[in-house]
Structure formats: C-alpha cells, structure tokens
Write a new protein. Structure first.
Length: 370
C-alpha cells in the first residue's frame, strides 16, 4: 500500500516547547487521532516487511521508543518473531537503567533496563530501534553510544521508522557510522516550524474534573499481563495480548452496527490496539487511540489534525498531566491500561472526559499479573 505525506504527516504545534515548535501527527498510528485498528496494524506490518527482507537470518532485538512508537515496535517484533523491549519513562523498582535523552520531547528522559540488555546481547546480532519518525537521529545516536561503551563491538545497529525527515548531513553521519536506516515515507521538515507557528490555536480546550467521583463505568481485571518495558519475545507478547483481548470481548459488547472506542494509556498502546482488533473482528465499527503526555495546540483550521483537547491526570501518577484528543461519541468505550495505581484522580478525569461527550457505557480494563 502506498502512503502519501498527508496520510502520515500532519503538522501540529507543540505547546510550551522551545526546542522544537512542531509535532508530526500521524492519523493512522492510533496515538493522537482515533483510527480503525486494522489500518494502524497494516501500516506497522509494512514496516516489518521491509526489515524481513533486509535481515533474513539475523537474530534481532527490536526496541520501540516511548511513547508513540511502543505499538509500532511491538507489532513489528511480533511479525518478525524477534525479541522486543521498549524504552520507558516509568519507574521500575529494583532494576538498573541506561539513561539517555530525547531532547526535543516534552518529557526528555528515556530509559532501558540494563539487566535485560545484558541478557539479550548474547542472543542477538543486531538491535533495530523503531520510531514513528526520525528527524535528526540524535536520540538514537545517544543510546547507541551508551551501548557501544557497554558492549563494544558486539552488535550491529539499525533504525526503522514510519517517517524519515533526516537531512543529507544527518543521513551522511549515519552512513559513516554504519547504522542502517529504513522507512516507509521520506519527509522534508524545512517548513514545519513555520507552519506550526502559523497555527491559530482556536480549538476547544477542556480541563477535566479530577475530584468529582466519576459514574457510569465498571472496572475489571484481566490476568496474564506481560510488561514490554522488560525484555520479551515479540510473538509471545502478541499472544498474551490476544488472550487479554479474548477475555475483553466477553466484557465489551461488539457486533455490526456498534460504534466502539478503545483507549490505551500513554506507553500502553499495543495491547489496546490488539484488543480493538479483536472487537473489530466481531463486526463493530471500532476505533483506537491513547492518552499522551504531549501538550499539543488544537485548532479549528481546515486540515489541522486536532480540534479538541482534554487535559487529564495520569492513571500512573496523579502529579502528571496527560491529554486525550478527539474523543467523539460511541456506544461502548473501553479504557485498557496497565496502571497498577489505585489513585482515583487520573481515572476520574478520564471517565469524566469521556462522559462529557455523551459516552454512557464505559469499561475500565486493568491488565495485571494476578
């Protein structure tokens, strides 16, 4: 399937970010804009096919970048039957990390669990970093330098992305370093800053109530959780997500004529997409997207990707602000999360946001170990 720039690269304006004024919103990725799950997973599958042709016979570890590329990396790793782990901004107790910086992001700190990489390195020939877009390649180079210091000469490195906006200078630097690049669509970012500055920002902004107890929802726990922030087998991770999705189909009614929304939470995107795909097979009109830490300006301008923003508290940490864009109204809504915290402010803000758009049947699915 051929993808055009307008399909995958809508320019939006970041809020309160002096390092990079724009953000590329991918309408098919299932992050900021609701998308039919089959469309997102088909997109990710095409990136996987590029890698399959290039690395037949090599043992791969795929690393997906939090937040926005966690589902891409997991889907590609599952298709390639490769090892997988994601970067994270969350805290895991009792482990050591490699720390590195994603300088243009709203939340700059990224981490990888060091002991999991220690286990993976003897099992693989190459690490492939997976992103939604690569603009300069600096973030990936930051972590490669750390890994080269820790495991000198033991690995080859590649990077794969849906979009690549690197200029000739940065492309040349990667070629000199022997880091191979793969992408579905080449973009040019030269006028993105200007386009972002011109955004009017006259969309609808909602600050959601975190104190008022939310009503009209049911909470469920599904066991068998796998944490992709730790080293996992890509195919095994997909199978665990499918088992969770099968359990969820017994909770959320689906069928022809039903409009259903599945909402993932921050880094927890891939299980939500797999759950949405399961509901979609039942014949419903299913959409999926996720909350995010990224504050993005919304605007009513034609062709601008985001017109409505809900400011929330995080389900993982009520001290953290998150956002959900473009909610809409559905017959059923399922929030799928691995947030273990029982604090209610984040949950109340999200439920109240969903209910403000007339969503009356809301299910909160917590995927947990036991």
């Amino acid at each position: 399937m051929g993808y055009r720039e307008q399909d995958l690269a809508a320019v939006a304006r970041r809020e309160r970010n002096g390092k990079r004024g724009y953000l590329v919103v991918n309408r098919l990725q299932g992050k900021h804009v609701p998308v039919r799950p089959w469309r997102a997973l088909s997109l990710f599958g095409e990136l996987g096919e590029l890698l399959r042709k290039e690395y037949e016979g090599e043992r791969l570890l795929l690393i997906g970048f939090a937040e926005t590329a966690t589902a891409i990396g997991a889907a590609v790793a599952a298709g390639l039957r490769a090892l997988y782990m994601q970067t994270t901004r969350e805290q895991i107790d009792g482990v050591d990390y490699f720390y590195f910086s994603e300088q243009h992001s709203h939340a700059t700190e990224q981490k990888l669990v060091r002991e999991d990489l220690d286990r993976a390195v003897p099992l693989v020939d190459r690490i492939v970093f997976v992103e939604d877009e690569i603009t300069t390649g600096n973030t990936i180079w930051n972590i490669i330098k750390l890994l080269e210091q820790a495991y000198p000469g033991r690995l080859a490195y590649s990077a794969a992305s849906l979009l690549n906006g690197m200029d000739k200078e940065h492309l040349g630097e990667y070629e000199e370093r022997g880091i191979r690049l793969h992408w579905l669509l080449k973009t040019c970012h030269e006028d993105y800053e200007r386009r972002a500055r011109e955004v009017q920002g006259d969309g609808d902004y909602h600050l959601c109530d975190v104190k008022r107890p939310a009503q009209g929802f049911m909470e469920y726990r599904i066991h068998g959780y796998q944490n992709a922030r730790r080293l996992t087998d890509g195919q095994g991770y997909r199978e665990a997500c499918c088992r969770m999705a099968e359990e969820m189909r017994r909770i959320v009614p689906s069928g022809r004529g039903q409009r259903i929304l599945v909402v993932g939470t921050e880094e927890f995107m891939y299980p939500a997409l797999i759950a949405a795909e399961g509901l979609e097979r039942e014949g419903g009109e299913v959409f999926c997207h996720s909350t995010t830490r990224s504050p993005i300006v919304v605007s009513r301008e034609e062709d601008y990707p985001l017109g409505e923003r809900y400011e929330l508290k995080s389900l993982y940490d009520a001290r953290r602000t998150t956002y959900l864009y473009e909610i809409g109204t559905y017959d059923e809504v399922a929030v799928v999360t691995d947030a273990a915290s029982e604090e209610r402010e984040g949950l109340y803000s999200l439920i109240n946001a969903l209910r403000s758009r007339g969503n009356k049947k809301i299910h909160v699915i917590r995927w947990c170990e036991k």
